[in-house]
Ligand binder design. Structure first.
Ligand SMILES: NC(=O)c1ccc[n+]([C@@H]2O[C@H](COP(=O)([O-])OP(=O)(O)OC[C@H]3O[C@@H](n4cnc5c(N)ncnc54)[C@H](O)[C@@H]3O)[C@@H](O)[C@H]2O)c1
Length: 253
């Protein structure tokens, strides 16, 4: 039996990168997965792949722009209607800024977009799934970033949004600990499409880490996510988990 047998998961931004890799592994571990994506075709093709691999009733494709409150509400309602409940949510989606944004160069529109698609989207999703999870071993996994801890230059709106997500994570972990819901944040480093774009734009750099390589989605990042959303992680909540080859070991202390 898989480690997520009988569980129902919603993953945002599942069309590519870490979200897609989590969807594939969670389905392989026995979960029903709502594959939500900004781009409907990506959700449909991944859901089809998972249904072919694991049986017709494994995955559900849902178009969801996490910047839209109605899309989040609809994704939650549709998942619960089809799969009966919701046990796991991964608030993975994020929007890559199209250019470097310094502190002085950050407009209110830049700020609002990152805050709406980042912490506000996570908050809305968490509020919407709470009734399904209360008292039932719910698992919420949010996504922070080492760049935000470091204060990487040129990423002001992203950094603010990512640290707000960690504040939300800790607060919900405290408020919902006695409701049998865990809330953690994952801090990954992996060469995904968006990371490559950030490198190409000069927004990110590959910093040397004690484990001297980039993280591999399937071997290095997804196993940490899988543990955090699994039934085995019921006594683990409110933390930021760094899957980064030791890059930010000081911050994780
Ligand atoms: N890759 C890394 O090294 C790294 C480092 C730090 C943090 N992270 C975090 O990990 C998560 C996944 O990152 P990734 O590297 O796989 O990036 P990615 O760009 O490959 O994936 C992000 C996904 O979010 C989707 N998305 C963007 N805007 C959306 C919206 N409004 N609604 C719904 N979906 C939307 C994108 O289409 C994409 O599928 C993100 O939260 C990111 O900030 C990644």
């Amino acid at each position: 039996m898989g480690r997520l047998a009988g569980k129902v998961a919603i993953i945002t931004g599942a069309g590519r990168g870490i979200g897609r890799a989590m969807a594939r592994r969670f389905a392989a571990e026995g979960a029903k997965v709502a594959v939500t994506s900004f781009t409907h075709e990506n959700a449909v093709s991944l859901a089809r792949e998972l249904n072919e691999a694991h049986g017709g009733h494994t995955a559900l494709a849902i178009r969801c722009d996490v910047g839209e409150e109605a899309d989040i509400a609809q994704a939650v309602a549709h998942t619960a209607e089809v799969f009966g409940t919701i046990d796991i949510v991964c608030n993975n989606a994020f929007e890559l800024a199209s250019a470097a944004k310094s502190v002085l160069g950050t407009s209110e529109a830049d700020f609002n977009r990152q805050m709406i698609t980042g912490p506000l989207a996570a908050l809305r999703m968490m509020q919407a799934v709470y009734p399904f999870m209360e008292g039932r071993d719910g698992r919420i996994l949010n996504f922070g970033s080492a760049a935000a801890i470091e204060g990487t230059m040129g990423m002001a709106p992203y950094n603010m949004a990512k640290e707000a997500i960690r504040g939300l994570t800790r607060t919900a972990a405290r408020e919902w600990g006695d409701k049998r819901i865990t809330v953690n944040a994952l801090m990954p480093v992996a060469l995904t499409e968006s990371f490559q774009n950030a490198l190409d734009q000069g927004l990110a750099q590959v910093a040397p880490s004690p484990v001297p390589r980039m993280g591999d989605l399937d071997k290095d990042i997804v196993p940490v996510a899988l543990f955090l959303v699994s039934p085995e992680a019921g006594y683990v909540t409110g933390y930021s988990w760094f899957a980064d080859g030791g890059l930010k070991m000081d911050a994780g202390r």
